[in-house]
Design a protein around this ligand. Structure first.
Ligand code: GLA
Length: 543
């Protein structure tokens, strides 16, 4: 704890305020996909009339105008392949054919989505009945993609991995093959969602628009909390118009055959986190039966603006107190005057947190706007901190404006680790909890491979210049790493050992040159083990 206070005080003293506007204009190609999917509310019980009716509801009930454009048919429209291996849809469920359904969706000014598996079987076919056996893309990648996009004119595809597991495929190889088949289609600008239920690996961003990071969502808060917990440390992987997908929204819906649903406060927390984390917003409910309060949550224009912000950024944890987290991201301009902030209590007891203005990235706050009630909250504007008290599972979602300061502590758990994956059995570095680590987390398992590095992609300097850097590390055995700044080696360290790798931390200090604007700082060791990393602290060198 003493160490945490020291880091906070040290950081506070060394914060560098920028007198003028150094913000950067930037825009991603795709903002997160918005729409609805049939799976959570209807599972395999879909047909043409239902799809058309739900599409019409999205259009008529104001969802389309708010940005929800994709009508995504999920599992359950296929039937076993024809004698030549040709893909077939179920004529009894979709008598006009899949092209006619896409045409209808398009006629409403909406976009059409479809579903398949990377392997042989789809997920729903595994336990239920044989309709989807052998309907996956494996061995049919090119023909099926041509059919879905060029003949049937779908705009989005979700590609599951149950059949991939069944056929024991390598996910990277198979999804790469599929991405090539998609790119070879005449139709362009197809939205491709990987559904591997874990963070697949940084390669996913080269192939897909978004990728699921967790198992399926359920309409109870512990599952929403599990999804948030997993995504808290994945925010560096959402970048350049490619997104972590936290799964469908479980708002305004009950799980088929059950009465389970989220409370109104939980629905708001769920929506607010999906929005600040730039997750796709895919509604998972029966669009004709959404209670008014839930409809309001999904149509909250401020949260949608937070989600659809053109920077497309993830939102790392900037402050933490037990299970109460403050997450924040730039809005509109990188290092601009406006930031989105969500303070949420994921725990089971009420909490009260003093949110630090400096940790939010400001020297002082000019205005705070509450996205739930759509009004300014002048009493929260402050020069040092403001208090937020929260009941369990509740949150506040804010837009904050003010005078920015350079961030001085970059945590390992907000870094981009190039070989990171959460698929079981993969050789991957990890983010781990540890009470003696700053903010309670650190990164381990780095090095021994030229690709196994950690990088902070967003180190911002207002004016550029020389900085004193300090990397906090731990290692039981001698380890080494080198530091590169914007691709150039800047320092290297050997024989680093703290004697214990769970509670003994030490720091190496060195000088680096940053350019004005965004910088990348990488820690690596191509051949040997790296120590575990807690954080890097930066402050401007005195002249
Ligand atoms: C998996 C996916 C779900 C859904 C079903 C369909 O479980 O994670 O979102 O697509 O398959 O069978």
């Amino acid at each position: 704890m003493r160490r945490l206070l020291f880091v906070a005080a040290f950081a506070g003293l060394l914060l560098c305020a920028c007198e003028r506007d150094y913000s950067i204009k930037y825009e991603v190609g795709h903002t997160p996909t918005m729409g609805m999917s049939f799976w959570n509310a209807f599972q395999l019980n879909i047909n043409e009339d239902l799809v058309k009716d739900q599409a019409l509801a999205v259009k008529e009930l104001g969802y389309a105008d708010a940005g929800y454009k994709f009508i995504n048919i999920d599992d359950g429209f296929q039937r076993p392949r024809g004698p030549e291996g040709n893909f077939l849809s179920d004529d009894s469920l979709f008598p006009s054919g899949m092209r006619a359904v896409a045409d209808y969706i398009h006629s409403l000014g909406l976009k059409a989505g479809i579903y398949t598996d990377a392997g042989d079987n789809t997920c729903g076919s595994e336990n239920i009945y044989a309709y989807g056996l052998g309907t996956g893309l494996y061995g049919h990648e090119k023909e099926d993609c041509k059919l879905f996009f060029d003949e049937w004119d779908y705009d989005f595809i979700k590609i599951d991995f149950c059949g991939g597991q069944h056929a024991k495929l390598d996910e990277r190889e198979q999804y790469t093959k599929i991405a090539e088949a998609i790119r070879a289609c005449d139709k362009k600008d197809i939205i491709f969602n990987i559904c591997r239920w874990r963070f697949p690996g940084t390669w996913a961003a080269d192939l897909a628009t978004s990728w699921r990071t967790t198992y399926d969502i359920r309409p109870w808060f512990s599952r929403v909390k599990y999804i948030i917990d997993e995504n808290l440390w994945l925010q560096a992987y959402t970048r350049d118009g490619h997104y972590n997908d936290c799964d469908m929204l479980e708002i305004g819906s009950k799980w088929p055959g059950s009465d389970a649903c989220l409370s109104p406060e939980e629905e708001f927390t769920h929506m607010a986190y999906w929005c600040i984390a730039s997750s796709p917003l895919i509604m998972g409910c029966d669009m004709r039966k959404v209670p008014e309060a839930s409809r309001e949550v999904m149509l909250n224009k401020d949260l949608i603006a937070m989600n659809q912000d053109k920077l497309g950024l993830g939102a790392p944890v900037v402050q933490r107190q037990g299970e109460t987290y403050v997450v924040a991201k730039d809005i509109e301009r990188i290092f601009g005057p406006k930031r989105a902030v969500v303070v949420m209590n994921l725990g089971e007891e009420p909490s009260s947190i003093d949110v630090s203005v400096a940790d939010l990235g400001f020297e002082s706050i000019k205005s705070v706007y509450d996205c739930k009630v759509h009004t300014e909250v002048p009493e929260m504007a402050s020069e040092s901190s403001f208090n937020v008290s929260l009941e369990p599972h509740c949150c506040v979602a804010l837009f904050v404006t003010g005078k920015r300061i350079e961030k001085s502590v970059y945590q390992a758990e907000e870094s981009f680790m190039n070989m990171f994956s959460t698929i079981e059995g993969y050789q991957s570095p990890v983010y781990l909890p540890n009470e003696s680590a700053d903010m309670g987390m650190y990164a381990a398992g780095l090095g021994c491979n030229p690709d196994n590095w950690l990088q902070w992609n967003n180190v911002f300097s207002c004016k550029g210049g020389e900085y004193v850097a300090s990397v906090r590390y731990t290692s039981a055995n001698p380890t080494a790493f080198k530091v590169s700044v914007n691709g150039r080696e800047a320092a290297s360290f050997e024989d680093l050992s703290t004697g214990d790798d769970s509670s003994a931390w030490e720091s190496v200090n060195f000088k680096i040159k940053l350019k004005r604007g965004l910088n990348q700082i990488r820690l690596s060791n191509d051949t040997g083990f790296m120590p575990s990393i807690d954080c890097i602290t930066l402050h401007k060198a005195e002249r």
